[in-house]
Write a protein that binds this ligand. Structure first.
Ligand SMILES: Cc1cc2nc3c(=O)[nH]c(=O)nc-3n(C[C@H](O)[C@H](O)[C@H](O)COP(=O)(O)OP(=O)(O)OC[C@H]3O[C@@H](n4cnc5c(N)ncnc54)[C@H](O)[C@@H]3O)c2cc1C
Length: 370
């Protein structure tokens, strides 16, 4: 068993940590107040090459799965909000790269990977996000276009993205009724609606997308008509959930370091620190191994789901423990531990709740059940 990062991965970890210290740390207070990331931060991350995803079955340069976890952990050590907006960005880029046609890729991949444009991945609808098979947003084919109507809610990067990768219903077939369309935010009838004001992850924009008879070219279809559920599930598992676990690792590292700083002289802190450290290391092992399996070309849905629910729960547990030890000052708005606590809560729902992760993991343990 080899637990070492490659020299390239060590370089990425150190560069991302240094970037996060220099560019994200000073921006956190403004992001908390405005609920927005600074535009120049997004382009700076693009310039660093943080948005170049390695296509599947390819040796082209770009981030593999473990690289992505290393990056997200380092960025999220300073801001989980930046971590989560990057999860959506990398998920959208990967979907386009793996399933988009050449013209679509040519039009959108350069600005997306340069950080000049954000992308959103829109699956969740007002009736609930846990079951994408319930998608009601309709795309009706009319010649070379689809007419798209419906609503998506709780979408990361909603109001900032120039492109939305959207799961739509193209037929009532229970297995092949869904498809995925890349929708240019400039198309008539497409708008961002309600903006959410979340408990935490402030600085990562979450909101509604409204489609009112939007004419989307058929060339913007990802994969084939009917591939939607498979594309969505792959994106959620390999990019959303794994990335989300990477974000939680960064939050836990922040909690550990803050607790060390605040409680170094407190004799009661030793046990809490040992627990936080154990949780954080266990979450790392689960997440790194799931990423390693994906990089080795294996399916790892159960491993990813386990890493996600464990890391998210451990992050919330650790934040609560740290605040109990650190006392009153850590309960005040703006304290790093208070922010870590607030950020840990929405992470549990984003990319699929803990309940759903446990169902995915349990299916692989005891055989399929519904
Ligand atoms: C910060 C944040 C960012 C997000 N970003 C995006 C995004 O970019 N794109 C996107 O499409 N969505 C996004 N979401 C939505 C997210 O994916 C959903 O919140 C999640 O899938 C859960 O859906 P829901 O909240 O509608 O809950 P529901 O699906 O309505 O579920 C409600 C409750 O019932 C439980 N439940 C549901 N089904 C079952 C079951 N079969 N067995 C046991 N329990 C069950 C759930 O665990 C939950 O506790 C984001 C959410 C958050 C909080």
């Amino acid at each position: 068993m080899d637990f070492a990062f490659s020299p390239d991965q060590e370089e990425l970890r150190d560069r991302a940590a240094s970037f996060a210290f220099r560019h994200i740390r000073p921006a956190v207070a403004a992001m908390e107040a405005a609920g927005l990331p600074p535009g120049e931060l997004i382009t700076a991350m693009g310039r660093e090459g943080f948005m170049k995803v390695r296509p599947v079955h390819s040796s082209e340069p770009g981030l593999g799965h473990l690289d992505r976890v290393i990056l997200l952990e380092a960025l999220s050590r300073r801001s989980a909000a930046v971590g989560l907006l990057m999860v959506a960005q990398l998920m959208g880029i990967a979907a386009l790269q793996n399933f988009g046609g050449p013209a679509l890729q040519e039009a959108f991949l350069p600005p997306l990977t340069a950080g000049e444009m954000l992308v959103s991945m829109a699956i969740t609808e007002p009736t609930g996000g846990s079951d994408p098979a319930g998608t009601a947003t309709r795309a009706v084919r009319c010649g070379d276009y689809y007419n798209v109507s419906g609503r998506k809610v709780f979408i990361t990067n909603s109001h900032l993205a120039g492109l939305a990768v959207v799961v739509v219903r193209t037929s009532n077939d229970p297995r092949r009724g869904l498809s995925v369309l890349a929708v240019d935010a400039g198309l008539p009838g497409f708008r961002a609606g309600h903006l959410e004001h979340k408990t935490g992850l402030k600085g990562c924009v979450t909101g509604e997308l409204v489609f009112d008879d939007v004419r989307v070219p058929v060339a913007n279809l990802l994969g084939n008509e009917g591939d939607g559920l498979a594309i969505a599930l792959k994106a959620i598992s390999e990019h959303g959930r794994l990335g989300n676990a990477g974000v939680a690792l960064g939050v836990m590292q922040a909690i550990f370091e803050e607790t060390m700083a605040v409680c170094a002289d407190d004799p009661r802190a030793g046990e809490a620190l040992a627990d936080i450290h154990a949780d954080s290391r266990a979450a790392r092992l689960l997440t790194y191994r799931a990423a390693w399996l994906l990089d080795a070309g294996q399916r790892a849905d159960a491993e990813v789901a386990t890493a996600k629910f464990f890391a998210d729960d451990a992050s919330l547990r650790s934040a609560g423990r740290a605040m109990t030890i650190a006392g009153g000052s850590s309960l005040v708005e703006g304290h790093p531990l208070e922010r870590c606590f607030r950020d840990s809560i929405p992470l549990i729902s984003a990319d699929g709740t803990g309940d759903i992760q446990r169902i995915v993991a349990a299916r692989s343990l005891v055989g399929r059940f519904d």
